[in-house]
Design a protein around this ligand. Structure first.
Ligand code: C2E
Ligand code: MG
Ligand code: MG
Length: 659
């Protein structure tokens, strides 16, 4: 069988039938050749010999009769009837000689016999005897009789010789025929064996092809169906007009983090555990397929409980998650899920997956760890996101991105301390300015964020260098996405960029969100430490909206806490004030400065400064503006600060600065 298998691989899928056909063809040819060999014995030779022998025998009988008559005539030469009898016998002898003469080969032409001269002498003797008339001449009769006796002997010898040759030819024919039949039987047997072999090859070929087909429909790691297997199943279901099915698409949360932190074997173990759970849960009635990476697709007949029932089952599992033991560490399997119903949501199962995927996308956007059923609006959103993603690639290539800067001011000192770089996208097709809130997340998901971060850093440093040339000692703040900190070259790239623009590390402030601190990746910590050691300032953006714990904060040692604007607007004023004061005390303990973001009104400014925070940023002072506008704003602000300081006490002066 191993040989067969090897043959099959050498010859490919069609090898079996091809070899079979060739073998059958060869067998048929071999059989025909053998049969032709058997038939090639020259039968003509034998037939001719036998025909000649028959005539020789008749001739022999005729001559023997003639000899007898001549013997009788010799005793009664005077009998008048003897002349007529001999004349008759002579005529018959002529006829026989004529017959022999008409043969293509025979005693009349054969140089190895004296038959012909003897026969001619006898004929001449008879002619003379008959011509002499009756009564017969006794001397002539005796001489003719002697000639007849000699011809009898010669005919007999010649006939025997021919018969012996015929016997030999017949013997040869029999042995050659026997040999030919052995060949024929051999060929038939070979044909039979080769046919069996061919059928074996053919069926083996088919079974291997079908095994390969089955194998190619399975995922090699988890053993579940793969995309191909699922698609085949889906086609069957659609062809059968099967009952409605729920189509689920599940994505493992934090899979990449586990893969990065604990290695690929841990990731594999997670995928295997997830796959066996899904098969246990849904495999009996439906199908589970690995869709690639950490995504699984499940299709199950829609029960009476509908999608709500499935959601409840998934929520229950989320509450008591499947876990994987990876080298002693127990990792829970968390997942996000989108559900669509075929054919209610989409006419084909494939389209239902797209719908479920749109729902999954929405789950991921809203923070993962949930299950969401498909709704038509989600598709529109998904398409918009995809259009943005494609457009963003173009934007990066065709320089449609640019920066605006929003000043950060110290209202007590009356100075502009920094400007925060905020990226904008002027869409080349529509001319619309797309705000970063719409495309940063997309850039993060699509992997375009690294290019974007590099662009922003470069442009921000270029702007800061120009301000410096204009005599402004102004820091530039840059927002970095969490993704960038996974790169081992981030700190080096930052240092190189600063050096290129002749800036000191303290001229740059990097704003990170609390999400960065949550990343379970050693490299993130190393990048932050390297930047901090270099002297670059670290600011914790949108502080108060994330989940960072005190331990993380202590480890980070931020230079600045940027307090989110929600502290200005949410809850009752007294509570807000005491929470803000608490945050300021925490910052003090951490050795960090504080800045309140999003100041829009004089009241909010009063609230911030009243709580003890003099660093602020917001529309109340300035909206984000072009880099070239920053020096003018700084000059204006300083002038107003000087004017205010001469006419009002500190807090009032701060408010006056903004108006
Ligand atoms: P952020 O870093 O917290 O930036 C401040 C956002 O608040 C900016 O929105 C700014 O225009 C807005 N803002 C400033 N003052 C006020 C105010 O008084 N009231 C209100 N309601 N909003 C105010 P923007 O430019 O739309 O940026 C949104 C977010 O996008 C940023 O939040 C930041 O997280 C992100 N982002 C912006 N530029 C970049 C960038 O270059 N790289 C990265 N990774 N993220 C960026
Ligand atoms: Mg920021
Ligand atoms: Mg912020």
């Amino acid at each position: 069988m191993r040989v067969l298998r090897r043959l099959r691989f050498v010859l490919g899928d069609r090898g079996g039938p091809l070899v079979g056909t060739l073998i059958l063809f060869a067998g048929v040819i071999a059989t025909l050749v053998a049969i032709w060999g058997a038939g090639s014995i020259k039968r003509g030779e034998i037939d001719l010999g036998q025909y000649m022998v028959r005539h020789l025998r008749y001739t022999y009988a005729e001559i023997v009769a003639l000899e007898g008559l001549l013997a009788t005539a010799a005793t009664t030469p005077g009998d008048p009837r003897a002349h007529a009898v001999v004349a008759d016998a002579a005529d018959r002898f002529y006829v026989r000689l004529d017959m022999l003469d008409s043969l293509s080969r025979g005693p009349m032409t054969d140089p190895g016999t004296v038959f012909a001269p003897l026969a001619r002498d006898l004929m001449a003797g008879l002619d003379a005897l008959v011509a002499a008339g009756a009564p017969l001449d006794a001397g002539r009769v005796a001489a003719t009789r002697d000639l007849a006796s000699a011809l009898v002997r010669e005919t007999n010898d010649y006939t025997r010789g021919i018969e012996t040759r015929i016997d030999e030819a017949l013997r040869r024919q029999i042995s050659e025929t026997n040999r030919a039949w052995v060949g024929v039987v051999g060929s038939v047997l070979m044909l039979l064996v080769l046919s069996i072999l061919s059928v074996g090859l053919f069926s083996r070929n088919r079974s291997i092809v079908s095994q390969l087909r089955t194998a190619s429909g399975r995922d090699s790691l988890t053993g579940t169906a793969n995309r191909r297997g699922f698609t085949e199943w889906a086609r069957r279901m659609e062809a059968q007009d099967a009952s409605p099915h729920a189509v689920l698409i599940l994505d493992l949360d934090r899979f990449k983090a586990v893969n990065d932190r604990l290695g690929h074997p841990a990731g594999d173990a997670m995928l295997e555990a997830a796959s066996s759970w899904l098969r246990r849960e849904f495999g009996e009635d439906g199908i589970v397929a690995r869709w690639g990476g950490d995504e699984f697709v499940v299709a199950v007949p829609l029960g009476r409980g509908g999608v709500a029932d499935l959601r409840a089952r998934l929520d229950a599992r989320r509450a008591r998650p499947v876990t994987v033991d990876v080298g002693g560490e127990i990792v829970p399997i968390a997942f996000s899920c989108g559900i669509a119903v075929w054919p209610a949501d989409a006419p084909t199962i494939e389209e239902a997956i797209t719908c479920a995927d749109a729902a999954l996308y929405a789950v991921k956007e809203s923070g993962r760890g949930a299950t969401m059923p498909f709704a038509p609006g989600l598709m529109t959103k998904r398409r918009r996101v995809e259009a943005l993603r494609d457009g963003l690639a173009r934007a990066l290539a065709e320089h449609e991105l640019f920066l605006e800067f929003q000043p950060q001011v110290d209202v007590l000192r009356g100075t502009v301390v920094a400007a925060e770089a905020l990226v904008r996208w002027r869409c080349g097709r529509t001319g619309r300015i797309v705000p970063p809130g719409e495309f940063i997340a997309i850039a993060e998901q699509s992997g375009q964020i690294a290019t974007l971060d590099r662009f922003v850093l470069e442009e921000a440093c270029r702007a800061a260098a120009r301000w410096r040339e204009a005599g402004l000692a102004l820091r530039v703040a840059v927002n970095f996405s969490p993704h960038g900190f996974r790169s081992a070259v981030l700190a080096r790239e930052v240092a190189e960029t600063l050096a290129r623009w002749g800036l000191a590390p303290e001229d740059l402030e990097i704003e990170i969100t609390e999400g960065v601190l949550l990343a379970e990746c050693e490299q993130v910590g190393a990048s932050l430490a390297a930047l901090s050691a270099m002297g670059v300032r670290l600011a914790l953006d949108d502080f108060g909206t994330g989940y960072s714990n005190i331990a993380y904060l202590v480890r980070l040692e931020p230079d600045l806490l940027k307090i989110d604007r929600s502290f200005l607007v949410e809850g009752d004023p007294d509570t807000r004030a005491s929470v803000l004061q608490g945050v300021l005390r925490l910052a003090e303990a951490l050795g960090a400065e504080t800045l309140v973001e999003g100041i829009e009104t004089p009241e909010q400014l009063r609230f911030a400064t009243g709580a003890g925070c003099s660093l602020v940023q917001g529309f109340h002072f300035a909206r984000p503006m072009a880099a070239e506008a920053i020096p003018g704003f700084c000059r204006d602000f300083a002038q107003r600060a000087r004017a205010a300081r001469t006419g009002a006490p500190a807090a009032g002066a701060a408010v006056a600065l903004a108006s």
